[in-house]
Design a protein around this ligand. Structure first.
Ligand code: SF4
Length: 417
């Protein structure tokens, strides 16, 4: 049976680095034209992949970053044309672009809408000037509204807004004001993320040297639960830890593919791919993937059937990545073939993030007993989730359960491995 395939394109350029961000991006725009050439080459490397259980055309396409909206409309057009020619895209596919206020105007938004981009993910983070300043964002509150009105005028109806909370010293009132403003806009999708201090970032160093104290764990939990209650009360479904949609139509199809462990290709520096087994090249030849990346037969990574799903990640250095794709080679830095135990672990970790939860049939009996007990005792952490497939026994986390997702996953993983 054929599986859907998605494509993620990483655009590793930003106007300025935000001090909390650990995504790979650079601020030198002179590299963008070469990058666009390289991305088109990398997409074409995959063009022969039309056999096996995963097939083109693509079901979703996502331009993320970095800041994809630093690309000009014509550069974005070239990339999209290459995708259509080399891989194809199903009719009405979700095609998302991340855009940042301060990098787009009405003409730009209209231009990318005409290219077929039909979903926007807008990196607002906040409407509050003090929060925007603390986060060193390049945009103002006014530019968030301008981006939203430009998007509506350009014909975008599927719009997601990113907001960030749990900043140092953020009060419940400040976060409530952001939520109120977002609710008044009646947007179909909201992503609400807590600020995390990622090692290696300027914020992490500032925190370590005592410049600020992070939001304390109890307050983070309160923020999380409050956010879920407020948004669900306003008609949003809390369908993933950080994501809320007005109805099913506005859930991110692309991200749902990630959480369901569907296949995706990642192109661009540092992008990740996930490939189920059963790939073959256009000649139908199967190849042992062997000990690592490099020049591959037929330019395609071909994996011996039943060797297990492969997760691969691209080289991060833009020049090294360019050298590989220019030579017609996949720019993989490395890959891993997942063992059955790793697969179960991933299913568990990703499934528990979402309102679909996990099917515990086939899991270690101790885990089934543990979940049954927690759900049966009304612990408020798990509940049995009725599902149309009567053979499935699904559990999902409640909102309280989601606040301790990492600990629960750790406990389960210890039993699986
Ligand atoms: S704009 Fe986004 S990707 Fe770029 S540095 Fe800021 S948070 Fe990171």
């Amino acid at each position: 049976m054929c599986q859907p395939l998605s494509l993620y394109i990483h655009v590793p350029f930003c106007r300025r680095k935000c001090p909390y961000c650990d995504f790979f991006s650079v601020t030198d725009p002179s590299l963008i034209p070469a990058y666009v050439d390289g991305v088109c080459k990398e997409i074409r490397i995959w063009s022969g992949m039309t056999t096996g259980r995963v097939q083109t055309p693509l079901h979703t396409l996502y331009l993320g970053g970095g800041t994809p909206s630093v690309l000009s409309v014509s550069q974005a057009a070239r990339i999209l044309e290459t995708v259509h020619q080399a891989l194809g895209v199903i009719p009405n596919a979700e095609i998302t672009m991340e855009v940042n206020p301060g990098t787009v105007d009405a003409a730009y938004l209209s231009g990318i809408r005409q290219l077929g981009i039909n979903r926007l993910s807008i990196g607002a983070q906040s409407f509050d000037p003090a929060k925007l300043s603390f986060l060193s964002r390049i945009h103002t509150r006014k530019q968030v509204f301008e981006t939203l009105s430009g998007a509506a005028r350009a014909g975008f109806s599927n719009i997601g807004l990113d907001l960030m909370y749990a900043l140092p010293q953020e009060t419940a009132d400040v976060w409530q004001a952001d939520l109120d403003t977002a609710l008044a806009l009646q947007l179909p999708h909201l992503s609400c993320y807590m600020l995390t201090l990622e090692p290696g970032t300027p914020f992490y160093r500032q925190y370590k040297s005592g410049h600020f104290s992070p939001c304390d764990p109890d307050q983070r939990t309160d923020f999380f639960v409050h956010t879920s209650r407020v948004l669900e009360h306003a008609g949003y479904s809390h369908y993933e830890v950080s994501n809320f949609a007005k109805n099913r139509r506005f859930r991110s199809v692309h991200n749902t593919h990630y959480w369901e462990r569907a296949a995706y290709l990642g192109v661009g520096p540092s992008a990740h791919s996930f490939l189920p087994d059963g790939f073959s090249d256009p000649g139908g030849q199967r190849h042992d993937f062997g000990s690592g990346p490099g020049p591959l037969p037929g330019s395609l990574p071909c994996i011996v059937k039943n060797s297990g799903p492969v997760r691969a990640w691209n080289k991060t250095d833009i020049q090294v990545w360019l050298d590989h794709v220019t030579a017609g080679r996949l720019p993989w830095a490395d890959h891993e073939i997942l063992s059955p135990a790793q697969e179960k672990m991933e299913q568990m970790m990703l499934g528990l993030r979402t309102d679909m939860g996990v099917d515990v049939n086939g899991l270690h009996p101790e885990i089934q007993v543990l979940m049954d007990r927690l759900a049966g005792q009304g612990s408020g952490v798990f509940f049995h989730h009725p599902h149309t497939d009567s053979r499935a026994k699904r559990f999902r986390l409640t909102c309280s359960g989601l606040t301790c997702l990492d600990g629960i996953v750790d406990a389960i993983v210890r039993k699986i491995t």
